[in-house]
Design a protein around this ligand. Structure first.
Ligand SMILES: [Zn+2]
Ligand SMILES: [Zn+2]
Length: 318
């Protein structure tokens, strides 16, 4: 475990000149998918979630994630940077409305561009922290993901035109503890779930969990490519449950209380055992997806969408 204080962290910074890496974005014109009308972080929407934690909410459950801002007496931590520089700049403006701290840290819940693509919008001196697994994913697939997103529409392409993810100033293995002054942010890597490098933030004494895609509010989970596995996701959730969170701020759904963790575990466990049963009976994976979609629509009637086929495929494949 790494313990960091704002003053101490400066000593482990890499040389400033070496930290910026500009990624060329391929000019892909194809656009099959219709993007949200306005893929921008909301201005003047920031609300307080708990004693030290603010949220810039995304009510569209779209590509703009909820952004978390943790404010201490000495330093501030921002969780997620938005899709490209312009979104990063909006987040900085929102941060400045709730914090006057000069020391700013930034982390991303995972390496996908709507969560990590706005790093260039943050002022010089912002300290970027990533767990090593997430950093490895960023090195392997970060540019590929920016190209993929930029190909979705002209607007995304423009937003990501100078996307410049930085080499982190600080990396850690499983846990780093940030003393922000009167409030502690524990940065946690518990294993693979939505991606391999999903990073959780647990704020004490608020008991607020910024949960990324790992715990959502009535959103069917999705494993991106070779991210985690259904069982590694469940193992992560066991560790998350032990934190005993009181408030949960997910990526793309409304915040809630600690019961969201229990619900996520229950849903994945339930889907997994049902899918494994069908696999055992020799039911084809696509049929299993369709059957379970119908079954779970009835079982979890208040979930807005029940697109379980992707996760069922992940269960079959494990
Ligand atoms: Zn996302
Ligand atoms: Zn994602």
């Amino acid at each position: 475990m790494v313990r960091l204080k704002p003053d101490a962290t400066k000593k482990v910074r890499l040389k400033p000149g070496t930290t910026t890496m500009v990624w060329a974005v391929a000019m892909t014109l194809a656009s099959a998918q219709t993007p949200p009308a306005d893929p921008l972080v909301r201005e003047n929407a920031t609300v307080k979630l708990s004693g030290h934690v603010y949220e810039i909410p995304d009510f569209n459950v779209g590509l703009v994630p909820n952004v978390g801002i943790v404010v201490g007496q000495r330093a501030t931590l921002v969780v997620d940077t938005g899709l490209g520089r312009r979104n990063g700049e909006i987040i900085v403006r929102e941060m400045n409305k709730v914090s006057r701290n000069a020391d700013v840290y930034v982390v991303s819940t995972h390496f996908h561009p709507e969560h990590a693509g706005g790093e260039a919008g943050f002022p010089n001196g912002t300290l970027l922290i990533r767990n090593l697994v997430q950093q490895r994913e960023m090195e392997l697939h970060g540019k590929e993901m920016i190209d993929l997103f930029a190909g979705r529409s002209a607007q995304f392409k423009e937003l990501l035109s100078d996307a410049a993810p930085r080499i982190p100033d600080i990396t850690f293995d499983q846990e780093a503890s940030l003393d922000l002054g009167g409030v502690k942010a524990r940065l946690l890597w518990f294993g693979g779930a939505h991606t391999k490098g999903d990073q959780l933030v647990f704020v004490e004494p608020d008991r607020t969990l910024v949960s990324g895609d790992v715990v959502q509010n009535k959103i069917v989970p999705g494993i991106f490519r070779d991210g985690g596995t259904p069982s590694s996701w469940l193992a992560v959730l066991d560790k998350v449950a032990a934190l005993n969170a009181q408030h949960v701020l997910p990526d793309h759904s409304a915040p809630g209380d600690g019961s969201l963790v229990i619900l996520e575990k229950q849903f994945i466990g339930d889907l997994r055992s049902k899918a494994l049963e069908l696999k055992k009976q020799g039911v084809a994976v696509d049929d299993a997806g369709k059957r379970l979609e119908a079954e779970f629509k009835t079982k979890y009637p208040d979930w807005p969408a029940m697109n379980v086929s992707g996760f069922v495929r992940s269960i079959y494949a494990e």
